[in-house]
Write a new protein. Sequence first.
Length: 221
Amino acid sequence: MQQAALVFDLDGTLVDSLPDLRAALNEMLRGLARRELSADEVRRMIGDGTHALVGRALRATGEVVDLENPHQRFLDFYEAAPTRLSRLYPDVATTLRSLIGLGARLAICTNKQQAATLAVLDGFNIAKYFEVIVGGDVVPFRKPDPRHLLTALEQLRASPNESVMIGDNENDYAAARAAGIAVILMRYGYLRVPPETLAPDAWLDQFADIPPALDRINRKR
């Protein structure tokens, strides 16, 4: 495998985080005497960071009079137990170890806040696999802005042509394409647009399929 750097999204790629995100949102909404959100509703809100997530939850249940206080309450609830209901997707930990054994260097590029990201990675004991972790509040731009992804590559000291973005939604795809980076998308994640509107280098159904997909990308280069 020739890729020096593999940059991963978090929610919908490594972790099915919807259950804990929904639980924290609904706890926040109960405090505002608002209705709870269904899993399907929350699924469509994930992908643009926690400010956007909370804003969408507030708009779906009433008016947005104040965002910062509900956002902080959500973070307090979420960061206290970010892995209580969530789960790693199958074969994530073993595949990450395999990729490192093959010589890859790994990073995280997520729109989730840095503290929440670290809480999730530590909760699942996978933070140790990543040399670089760039959350959505570490830099002043977020995916789909390619500078978010390029910051992760810069910290890994890797160039776009030797790197691959591995994500699940349209933000990952757009950031990678704008940065000139090959991109793999997981079908099981939180995609919010029709899949036929995107043309990644590979669509995968299982995390364990990443190493052979990387080999196919290498052969095309």
